[in-house]
Design a protein around this ligand. Structure first.
Ligand code: GDP
Ligand code: IMO
Ligand code: MG
Length: 427
């Protein structure tokens, strides 16, 4: 005991970083298992704001070993600049462990991410442009570059050449862009080899040994259930498996090692990039949620699309991830509304749905059916127990709990570490 996974229950930016940090110094290992630096996890600790993209949030707890699993795609330039940024603020990353099997995001993945998006035009996904999708494509195509390849120069040269051979044809002939020089790319990758070497580990073995020794291992999801390439709103998804089961694949632990799966859900809904979002509010209400919640992307600075809480979205994530608990974030942002609508069903061309439709086309045409709950005006940001909350706020939480199908064990009432309410202890 215990392996615990933290998973976004909506479309990302639910506050996974803060929820992870919440478990604090009781966590021995904090593991990123999927995604790359498309993630942006913000933590506010002792009044200081930290935005992490690649490093797990546990890095801010000195007693916790930060780990990057095989399922992550690593941009080494970003990794080292993040490590340097933290070092300048007194945060040590010398104990970071990185899987030898993690794939590397190279400069050509970033170029391809951007040109493909431009080429797609109106059909674009709205990616973060960090090269994440192309790096995963290469992994699945078996032409990816892994961390361990940095330590065999001749293999690395061959792999970069083979991978770029095809891509340069595409860049030149289809996208009308400059070809990339495999020698330059290889030299740049090699320049990181000695720096990453001391961090490279057999992550699967380390974590399994830690679990055998009763250590607490927290798997910190990036992105979210509905951005999962298999379970999300495809094709408007990321290219990996952020769901709880992804922790097993992306870190090398068996499913029996996971004791808790915690869904992180925002008290309303946000989404960045393209794709369906039935409760999106395009008028002043969406603007108000965006302003009150400071809903601008941590990674790209893009405006997040905002809307009311969609219980069908969170309920389907609860089912597929077997959430044992939900941590409800940003409840403080809903203060001041007279009535708060919550989506409890969809109307799709005259048919009512009480769960998310299986067809993506139906989901694109879903109109929310709302239930209106009473709002509250009291400032809740200094509440520290459930009973401190106004009655209407308690009723809002209790109704979401019923609709989502699992208990709400924690509530966020502000961005800082201490602005939380624990209802059930997660450890
Ligand atoms: P993540 O990607 O899931 O880690 O979430 P982000 O960090 O991208 O976005 C969540 C934002 O909300 C961050 O700026 C957090 O500091 C902030 N935040 C998290 N929990 C709360 C909360 O309970 N209340 C408020 N007001 N802000 C929160
Ligand atoms: P965190 O961990 C919100 C979205 C992008 C785009 C889609 C594909 O901070 O919650 P990609 O660059 O991954 O190929 O983009 O996924 N996306 C996120 N949205 N939060 C994230 O991470 C995201 N990571 C990717 O906006 O719609
Ligand atoms: Mg984020």
């Amino acid at each position: 005991m215990p392996g615990i996974v933290v998973v976004g229950a909506q479309w990302g930016d639910e506050g996974k970083g803060k929820a992870t940090d919440q478990l604090g110094d009781r966590v021995d290992y904090c593991v990123r298992y999927s995604g790359g630096n498309n993630a942006g996890h913000t933590l506010v600790v002792n009044g200081e704001r930290y935005a992490l993209h690649l490093l797990p949030s546990g890095i801010l707890n000195p007693a916790c070993v930060p780990v990057i699993g095989n399922g992550v795609v690593v941009d080494l330039d970003v990794l080292f600049s993040e490590i340097e940024g933290l070092a300048s603020r007194g945060v040590d990353a010398s104990h970071l462990l990185v899987s030898a099997n993690a794939h590397i995001i190279t400069s050509y993945h970033q170029v391809i991410d951007k040109v493909t998006e431009r080429f797609l035009g109106k059909a674009k996904i709205g990616t973060t442009g960090r090269g994440v999708g192309p790096a995963y494509s290469d992994k699945v195509n078996r032409i990816g570059i892994r961390i361990q390849d940095l330590f065999d120069e001749s293999i690395l040269r061959q792999k970069v050449e083979a991978s770029l051979d095809q891509k340069n044809h595409l860049l030149l002939k289809v996208y009308n862009r400059r070809a990339l020089d495999p020698v330059q790319v290889t030299e740049h990758l090699l320049s990181h080899a000695e720096r990453i070497r001391p961090h490279v580990a057999d992550v699967s073995r380390v974590l399994n040994d830690a679990l055998d020794a009763d250590k607490v291992v927290l798997f910190e999801g990036a992105q979210a259930h509905h951005l999962d390439v298999d379970h999300g709103t495809y094709p408007y998804v990321t290219s990996s498996n952020p769901i709880a089961a992804g922790a097993c694949v992306g870190a090398g632990v068996g499913p029996t090692r996971i004791n808790r799966t915690v869904g992180i859900a925002k008290a309303y809904t946000t989404r960045v990039g393209e794709g369906p979002m039935p409760t999106e509010l395009l008028g002043w209400e969406g603007e108000k949620l965006r302003t009150d919640g400071a809903e601008f992307g941590t990674t790209t600075g893009r405006k997040r699309r905002c809307g009311w809480f969609d219980a069908l979205v969170v309920e389907s994530a609860t089912k597929a991830n077997a959430f044992t608990d939900i941590f409800l974030t940003k409840l403080d942002i809903l203060t001041g509304w007279d009535k708060i609508p919550v989506c409890v069903g969809y109307d799709v061309n005259g048919t009512r749905y009480d769960t998310m439709p299986i067809s993506q086309s139906d989901f694109h045409h879903a109109t929310p059916i709302y239930e209106e709950l009473d709002g509250w005006t009291e400032d809740i940001s200094s509440c520290r127990t459930f009973s401190d909350l106004p009655k209407n706020t308690q009723a809002y939480v209790q109704r979401l709990e019923e609709l989502c199908g699992t208990r709400i064990s924690g509530i966020g009432v502000g961005p800082s570490r201490e602005q939380s309410i624990t209802i059930h202890d997660l450890l």
